[in-house]
Each structure stands twice: as C-alpha cells, then as structure tokens.
Ligand binder design. Structure first.
Ligand SMILES: *Cc1c(COP(=O)(O)O)cnc(C)c1O
Length: 399
C-alpha cells in the first residue's frame, strides 16, 4: 500500500462538494445534493448564510488573530452573551469539540485537586459514547474501533451502561465510588446512534454528583446549539450540568468550541493551568457571535422544534412503506436517527445516488442532521428522495 499525501484515516466517499447554498451542496459538474448531514451537525445555518459570511469577511479584514496574551474584546463579549444564555459563569474557547471535552475533564480534575480531594480522580462515562479523538477522548469511551492500538490509555475512566441509573448507583455504592470526581455524558448520544437519555437518568446523575461531591459534565458538542430545539439540550431536560462542552454548530462551519462552567466548578482553572494558541481568536468569536445572533432567537428555536416534529412525522409516515428496510425513528428536534434492519453505512452510501446526504451512526442508524434553517419544502424533498432510494435499494446479502 502506498502512502497518500493526506493520511488515509477516513473512508471518503465520491462526493466532492465545490460550493454550498442553503441546504444544498454542489460539485464542480453541477450535481446537487440535499445536505441533511450538515458537516455532521456543524453547518447550523446551512451553506453560505449571508449574515455569517459577511461577519467573517468583515472581521478577517479587520483583525483575524491575536494571542491570548492580549485583550480580546470579542472573546469577552461572546462569553458574556453565553453566560447570559446558560447556567455558566465562565468559559474557555477552543478550536474543536475534542479540545472542549479535554478542557472539561481538566476543569473537573483541577476542581477536585483544589477542593482537597485528589483521590476523586475517576470520571464515569457511558457505553457507545463519543468524546473526540484525543487520547483522553478515546480513553473515555468503550469503543474498541477507536481505542485499538492506542493502549495503554489513561485508566481513570469507568464506562457504565448508558441510561441505566441503577448501574451507576451500584457503582457509586461500591469501593470505587469515592474515587469518582465527575460524570460525563452526552444528553443525546450522536455517534453512538442518536440515543436520547431519559430525564430520570440525567436527574439521577445530577443527584449522585451532588451526593458524592462530583461534577456533572454534559458533552453537548453534537446536541447543543439549537440542534434539539432548545438552545442547549440540558434546557430541554431541565437538568443543569456544572460543566458543558460545545463545538460543532456554534461556529456554523468555522472551527470553534468552548468549555462552559459554573464559578464553583471552575475554581481550579487559574493562571497557567490551561491554554490554547488559537482558542477564542477574533475571527472565531465573530463567527460564533453571528451564529448566536440567529439561533438564540426564540422564534428560531420554535421553528427548529416545529421542523423537527414535521420531519419526524414525515419519516414515521414513510417507514411502513419500506418496512423491509426501516425499523423506526428516534431523536430530538433536528437530531434524528432512522433505525435500519440492515447496515446503515451501505444505505447512506446508496442514498447519495438519489441526491441526499445523511450520516451513518452505530447500531444501524442513519443520522438525519439538516441545517437548522430548513423549511417544509426541504422536509418534503428529503422524504421523497429517501423513499425513492429505499424503493430502489437492495440491501447487501448478510455474510
Ligand atoms: C464530534 C464530537 C466530539 C469531537 O469534536 P471534534 O470537533 O471532532 O474534536 C466530541 N463529542 C461529541 C459528542 C461529538 O459529537
């Protein structure tokens, strides 16, 4: 096997987008796809949104980057907006979701250290979780396909079954319970197959954290930023974390993330404990600000909820017509998963030939993650295209 200029860590498909417009991608030959993948929940405003484009253009021409050694007024202003919109009192800006998760874990570890509990070094996470591809991110999941060849990894994560409060209660009552300094969970698992946690589970984790002096971390890198119909998923459940990692949708395509925390949880994050060269630079902050201008508006959130309901109903109506292939639909807002009776990767590949982009996830799930700006016409077109694809599709024979 010969080496390629780009490391071949992705199995890339044939689609080569050259430009985007709203919910559509086009290649150089003019072929068009309805983009219900949105860069994996990143292009929250679709492609080429005029407000986002103008804001980035203007900021790039004014000031793109300065070091965090200097004052960055745009960073303070954005943080103040996010403080006003969330549970958080403070935050650290990153360039990706994995770095936001890394900062969340470091914040929890430092909290226990300065609180005089260095013995609470353990972080409980959950099966099928995805927390990014850093060494700690892969240490925090049980998924062998990401961990293989990287062991030994940090061994202070304990992975318990998702949405199974009794299992967590049992672990906390056991000998390692007093080592637990934090719980980290995706309120809606993304890569793990669009699994929505129950409110009882999340509230149970909140109660256990309070009882044991541990912190509750929500990884909202995929489900945050209006994706579920509330600005952040925790607001939908009515369960408030101490720390929250966000990224993906917040930049609308610009690479940026953040780790949000309460003042209490962030007490260990003092001068010298963390840093990032690019994190929170003026260009990234301008992009986030432009996205927030739009997605934080109550009418926008109400529309995400409405479109989420329409899309789900339309998928539910389509399922019985293709019951050789589709099993059911689950999710929240515009973060939906269609469960298949056969391999979802093969069907996602096939659906591209019918002009529609989706993303495969674990457990035979087709992830449906459209731009949050879609309207009824996109919902209709999606279901038509997916129906056509399903009608023509012959699942590969089981091995
Ligand atoms: C995508 C994702 C990450 C990692 O984000 P990157 O920007 O790829 O580093 C972490 N957690 C969740 C829940 C994600 O969906």
């Amino acid at each position: 096997m010969s080496i390629t200029p780009v490391m071949p860590v992705y199995g890339r498909c044939e689609v080569a987008p050259a430009r985007g417009e709203g919910a559509y991608l086009f290649d150089a030959a003019g072929n068009r796809w309805l983009d219900f993948a949105a860069g994996i929940a990143v292009n929250s405003l679709g492609h080429g949104h005029p407000h986002l484009v103008k804001t980035i253009q203007a900021q790039a021409a004014t000031l793109m980057h300065v070091s965090n050694l200097y004052q960055v007024p745009g960073q303070t202003a954005l943080a103040e907006r996010l403080v006003a919109l969330t549970f958080a009192d403070t935050m650290f800006f990153t360039n990706s979701g994995a770095e936001a998760v890394e900062c969340a874990i470091k914040t929890a570890r430092r909290f226990q250290f300065v609180a005089g509990h260095p013995e609470k070094f353990r972080i409980v996470t959950f099966k099928q979780a995805f927390h990014g591809r850093t060494m700690t991110g892969i240490a925090a999941t049980d998924q062998d396909k990401m961990r293989g060849g990287f062991e030994p990894l940090p061994d202070w994560f304990t992975v318990l079954p998702f949405d199974d409060l009794a299992a967590v209660q049992a672990f906390m009552a056991g000998p390692q319970g007093e080592q637990v300094g934090g719980f980290m969970v995706e309120p809606v698992q993304g890569e793990g197959g669009i699994r929505v946690a129950s409110t009882e589970f999340l509230q149970g984790l909140r109660d256990l954290a309070d009882e044991h002096g541990a912190l509750l971390i929500f990884d909202e890198v995929q489900c945050g930023v209006a994706r579920t119909g509330s600005l952040f998923a925790y607001q939908h459940f009515g369960v408030t974390p101490d720390i929250m990692a966000i990224a993906k949708g917040i930049g609308g395509g610009f690479p940026v993330g953040a780790c949000l925390a309460t003042e209490h949880a962030a007490q260990g994050m003092v001068v010298g404990t963390h840093g990032s060269t690019y994190g929170g630079n003026p260009l990234a902050m301008a992009a986030c600000g432009a996205v927030l201008d739009i997605v934080a508006e109550p009418e926008f959130l109400a529309n995400v909820e409405r479109m989420g309901r329409r899309l789900r109903e339309a998928i539910e109506q389509m399922i019985p017509n293709h019951d050789h292939l589709f099993k059911g639909v689950r999710g929240l807002g515009l973060m939906l998963g269609i469960e298949l009776k056969s391999d979802s990767r093969a069907f996602v590949n096939y659906a591209r030939s019918h002009g529609v982009l989706t993303v495969a996830a674990a457990d035979n799930v087709v992830r449906v993650l459209p731009p949050l700006t879609i309207d009824e016409s996109h919902v209709r077109e999606f279901v038509e295209r997916l129906s056509d694809a399903a009608r023509a599709y012959a699942p590969p024979l089981a091995a």
